[in-house]
Design a protein around this ligand. Sequence first.
Ligand SMILES: Nc1nc2c(ncn2[C@@H]2O[C@H](COP(=O)(O)OP(=O)(O)O)[C@@H](O)[C@H]2O)c(=O)[nH]1
Ligand SMILES: [Mg+2]
Length: 202
Amino acid sequence: MYSLVYGFYKHMVQKDEFCVLILGLDNAGKTTYLEAAKTKLTKNYSGIHPTKITTTVGLNIGKVDVAGIRLNFWDLGGQNELQSLWDKYYEESHAIIYIVDSSDRERMDESKDIFDKMIASENLKGIPLLVLANKQDIPECMGVREVKPIFNKNSHLIGKRDCMVMPISALTGDGVDEGIRWLVDCIKRNAYLRPPRNQEEM
Ligand SMILES: Nc1nc2c(ncn2[C@@H]2O[C@H](COP(=O)(O)OP(=O)(O)O)[C@@H](O)[C@H]2O)c(=O)[nH]1
Ligand SMILES: [Mg+2]
């Protein structure tokens, strides 16, 4: 009897869990974005003030329940020496958010190189991809019209996956939840290829 009740309980409360990697160069705004996402989508979560966020060493994790599923965000450090670790997480991930600092024209090529290397990975084939042109609150930044063609250039690598480039400001929160809602739809559509993580295995 206990196991029956427990099974029913689990069925009712357990959410499908998906893992979303947040990637991009250091200083792109990944940690600020994760905080903004948690603040926007979690009731009663007031977040860390953006000025208190320090450089990420290793990994930040955040979870958000949205539209009936649970997203586990993995904000991986973007410094050179950490980029080689990204690959280890690809197999486990259900979606990628790639963050670009739109105000940093000098590092745009560097960001694009790393992006190309990432999407060429076999382990990410078909995985939904959201590219965020961040820091749109900075007046002289590159707009999404300028950023989009750069990241759409290698469409053969992007392949048949869902892919979108969106303007946001992680600092003000503008555009943050729209992007996540789009991604959630894609993740659900793609779940036959990448099923949710089984909690029993955790
Ligand atoms: N103006 C502006 N600054 C931002 C935005 N997002 C992040 N930043 C700033 O960019 C710097 C790096 O952000 P952080 O989240 O630590 O980047 P990470 O290294 O990718 O995790 C910090 O000073 C942030 O306050 C944004 O949308 N607008
Ligand atoms: Mg960080």
